[in-house]
Design a protein. Structure first.
Length: 215
């Protein structure tokens, strides 16, 4: 079953109806808080990040705060989010660059964001979407990758190649909703283990389900 744009849009429209409240699950109040939260979310659940950041942001919420902080203190603050040494190093290095180069403001282009330590394309995509309401692509996390492969949006394994396939499959106006509904669908129905295929609203479009149901 080869997908076409009409079918792709039908899939997303069904997911929009299934998850009308789909949105970013990370808590933040400023672009800088968003950036820190996304860096912390690598290899960590959004739920864990949201439990960790309120106490931090209540006291430290500017690039200056993090740039001038003792690194061991920063490590202890973000310890619950895992990989705390590497994340602390990147957060502090990024904060110093924001202070010195960007007048303590988070830059609002993909290129500038991706030049910051600890910020890859996925993180930059999330910041552009959530902090600046200007989606430039799709943040391919484990949920997005799994669904893209199962449905047939992409057969690639590398996140950047999957993203490019998805972007070719949809008009730009769908980038915003794509970032949210694919993640929510992966968390709620199209799970890694034991996906709920019989209750899935898009199972009739799913290449993997069609294969297994005919087997």
């Amino acid at each position: 079953m080869k997908m076409n744009e009409k079918q792709n849009i039908e899939i997303i429209e069904k997911l929009k109806k299934t998850y009308p409240d789909a949105k970013c699950s990370l808590d933040f109040t400023t672009p800088f808080e968003m950036l820190i939260a996304v860096i912390l979310s690598a290899q960590c659940t959004d739920e864990r990040v949201n439990k960790t950041t309120p106490a931090i942001f209540a006291k430290y919420n500017t690039p200056e705060d993090f740039a001038n902080m003792d690194l061991s203190l920063l490590e202890s603050l973000i310890h619950p989010c895992g990989f705390y040494r590497n994340k602390a190093k990147n957060i502090q290095a990024t904060s110093k660059i924001l202070v010195e180069k960007y007048h303590s403001q988070v830059p609002n282009t993909m290129e500038e964001l991706m030049s910051l330590p600890g910020v890859g394309r996925k993180t930059a995509n999330v910041v552009m979407l959530e902090a600046f309401n200007n989606p430039q692509g799709v943040a391919v996390d484990t949920h997005c990758k799994r669904i893209a492969n199962r449905i047939g949006f992409s057969k690639q394994k590398e996140p950047e190649k999957i993203e490019q396939d998805i972007l070719k499959a949809f008009p730009k106006k769908y980038y915003y909703v794509l970032n949210h509904v694919l993640i929510w669908h992966g968390r709620n129905i199209c799970t890694a283990r034991n996906p709920k295929c019989t209750t899935c609203p898009i199972s009739n479009y799913c290449q993997e389900y069609q294969k297994t149901s005919k087997a």
